[in-house]
Design a protein around this ligand. Structure first.
Ligand code: SF4
Length: 370
């Protein structure tokens, strides 16, 4: 290599010109520079790639069954394991692209492709934020998603309670609703809150060993992100880095006065016991339903009436769902405050752990260039 350079330098010298480096590399691409230089893309980003899977994936499993660079999703479809595909694995993955029966795999530029150390470090330092945001579940409450659980009420008086007086039947129907049905308002709301917390919020308070909780899932994704960063650093700057060690990360929210669970997770776990159910139940006025009692001719006795509160109960259910949805998504709701009170300190812990990793990384990287 040196001899070729010398010959070229001497040639240009004899012409009285300095040999341009670009011309040397262009003229002898297979023998000039390191492997990394050879593979440098025209945009100067080293051609760093990532795997992309499109919606045509038929979940056949060929890719993730034969390469560690693919992962299987819960529905059997494929995903990329890391955001970076090491140069040395490109050939292997190109072979799998050929084998994919659905033409669902392609290679695209990695988001960690960078022109220099500073640019790369900037991207790496900010990466944890997006991981946390992407892992955050949607905690919005929608009352229509929850079943109304309450005892089986008499929705018609039928044989019982039939009366000759239309007005009296009307009053009896409403009295039955007011005394025997409406008092369950708070319990219904509490049941909906229990369903909501177990289906949606439990990810924030099951902080022990549940692999699906917010913290463990976020740790796993952060760790994969660190592995991607280390792979990118290795390919871009040709450094020695222990990827397995670099990606080690295990952060749990701070523990508090409830032993393994802090006060915030305790409030989430006992959501139905705090003031929400009382507050919402108080918004629902029983007297607003008295005009919904329906009076029908009794099918069992001539000249007598029977009451029906089927429509009334439907309205009552609708109001419970609407009032609870409105309250839970309002500024007064304690949900967002409780979650933020848990999430923000956790984000602080992640930020600090991430900064430590970035310090390790920047010491391994070549001296930054502008
Ligand atoms: S080989 Fe293709 S179709 Fe099969 S799981 Fe992988 S991406 Fe999907």
């Amino acid at each position: 290599m040196d001899s070729i350079n010398n010959i070229m330098n001497n040639f240009y010298k004899s012409l009285g010109e300095a040999a341009p480096q670009k011309t040397l590399n262009d003229a002898f691409p297979s023998v000039t520079g390191s492997i990394a230089e050879e593979e440098k893309a025209s945009d100067g980003t080293n051609g760093l790639k990532r795997i992309c899977i499109n919606e045509n994936c038929s979940a056949c499993g060929i890719c993730y069954g034969s390469s560690e660079h693919f992962a299987a999703l819960a529905d059997g479809k494929a995903a990329n394991k890391y955001k970076v595909l090491p140069q040395k694995a490109i050939k292997e993955v190109e072979g799998i692209i050929e084998m994919c029966p659905s033409n669902a795999i392609s290679l695209a530029d990695s988001e960690y492709a960078s022109e220099n150390v500073s640019q790369f470090l900037e991207k790496a330092k900010e990466a944890y934020k997006k991981v946390i945001e992407d892992t955050l579940p949607n905690v919005e409450f929608n009352g229509n998603n929850y079943e109304i659980k309450c005892p089986d009420f008499n929705l018609r008086s039928d044989r019982r309670g039939v009366s000759k007086s239309y007005d009296r039947t009307d009053r009896d129907g409403f009295r039955y609703f007011k005394n025997s049905v409406f008092p369950y308002t708070k319990q219904i709301i509490q049941n909906m809150l229990i369903d909501y917390k177990t289906s949606t919020l439990s990810t924030f308070y099951n902080i022990k060993n549940d692999p699906n909780n917010f913290y463990n899932q976020t740790n796993e994704k952060l760790s994969a992100e660190l592995a991607s960063i280390a792979m990118a650093a290795k390919d871009l700057f040709d450094i020695e880095i222990d990827i397995e060690k670099f990606q080690e990360l295990s952060i749990q929210p701070q523990t508090g006065i409830k032993g393994l669970k802090d006060i915030y997770s305790y409030r989430l776990e006992h959501l139905e016991e705090i003031y929400i159910a009382d507050t919402v139940a108080n918004e629902i006025d029983v007297d607003g339903y008295q005009y919904y009692v329906e009076i029908e001719d009794s099918p069992y006795a001539n000249d007598k009436y029977t009451w029906c509160i089927l429509e009334l109960v439907r309205e009552w259910y609708k109001d419970i769902r609407r009032e609870l949805t409105f309250y839970m998504n309002s500024y007064d709701s304690p949900i967002h405050e409780i979650i933020n009170d848990m999430k923000l300190p956790y984000e602080g812990q992640v930020k600090s752990a991430w900064e430590d990793k970035m310090t390790v990384l920047s010491k391994l990287l070549p001296t930054k260039t502008a």
